[in-house]
Design a protein. Sequence first.
Length: 441
Amino acid sequence: MEYIKYRFFQKASKASKEFQRIKKIHADKVIAEITLGQVLSGMKGIPLLVTDTSKLDPNEGIRFQGYSIPDLREKLPKISKEGEPLPEGLFYLMLIGDIPKHEDAMNLSKDFATRSHIPQHVYDVIDAMPKSSRPMTQFTAAILAMATESIFQKAYRAGVNKQYFWDSTYEDVMNLIARLPPIAAYIYRRCFYNDVQIEPNPRLDWAGNLAHMMGFDSEDIRRLFRLYMVIHADHEGGNVSAHAAHLVGSALCNPYYAYAAAMTGLAGPLHGFANQDVIHWIFQMIEDLDTDTPTDEQVAAYCKQTLEEGRVIPGYGHAVLRKTDPRFTVQQEFAEKYIKDEPLVEIVNQLYKVVPPILSKIAKIKNPWPNVDAFSGSLLYHYGIKEYTFYTVLFGVSRALGVLASLVNDRAYGLPIERPTSHPLEWYKNKVEGRIEDDEQ
């Protein structure tokens, strides 16, 4: 057993025993009360999931195993002192619970490189689809096609004891994460560069190699990709992509199925697709206003018009956060340090000044501040990735780190199938109006 897997085994063994102890002793304890409003508005705020990898605080933002994004930039291993943290280091942190050493992150890079071979039939599945197919459609199809390689699926059919489900899940997860950059790059080059493919460079790190295979070999864009993959990697367990992976995985589906489900959720406009919406909306504003340098007054008027038409200003608001998303802030700092005189970045900063005061005046809006999607597209666009229909695929590659680390934990804990109870709307109406007693089901 290689040493990173063994470290996970040591950590997970202790955590699994504690999980079973708490479940046995405290199973009947009431931990929260829920309101009808929570049930009817997406179950927001109801504690229902176990997720160790990260936690989202409404006032502090995302923390990965207790570490904030500024902490990650300071403490995680980097290629160079002035660079951005390696996503491999964050994956190690989410999986093991400790900040890795530089050699740990580099060993993960090497491990991913050795696991990155893609079976030919996966490319055949992609090539069978029209090039006009959405990149996320091709990406999800390729992930499902790789399920033929599932080690977990073979182990389960061979009758392996359930206490060892985590082992084959770990192997699938490592293989899947390793293979995502070549698949994403293949789709990108197929759709936008006449199918002229670029061979991987096994000497590069996971994110750097993705940039290389897409056709971008400057250290600047590799630096951006490392940051991008870190800040998009996880956002606790209740978001659609993470929850979808957990839910499908709870049926003991193999990790390829679970992750494909996560990606179909990520593709939605209220989730990862928003990074495309932001850029599309900005370009539409520029076209409608007939200027690349709109004034604050023009931007404000356009924002108000968008709202009056019953639409949202993409990139603003969040279901949980009640402050500017730290992931937005760190991208803004990146732009201030490395990017000068980029009109699109300037408009994003202009929106940050103009939009929150407008949204703050709308009573039903609880968070007028920008989220991660408000900035990410402008950075990618600046470095030459102008095909914004592909942005959600990049989000998906990153999100694998968190949701798949969580899936290994799910198997180590032996979590059961997820099966909440549901009722007709009339039942809820009768319940709150006192026509159903508490012990009635």
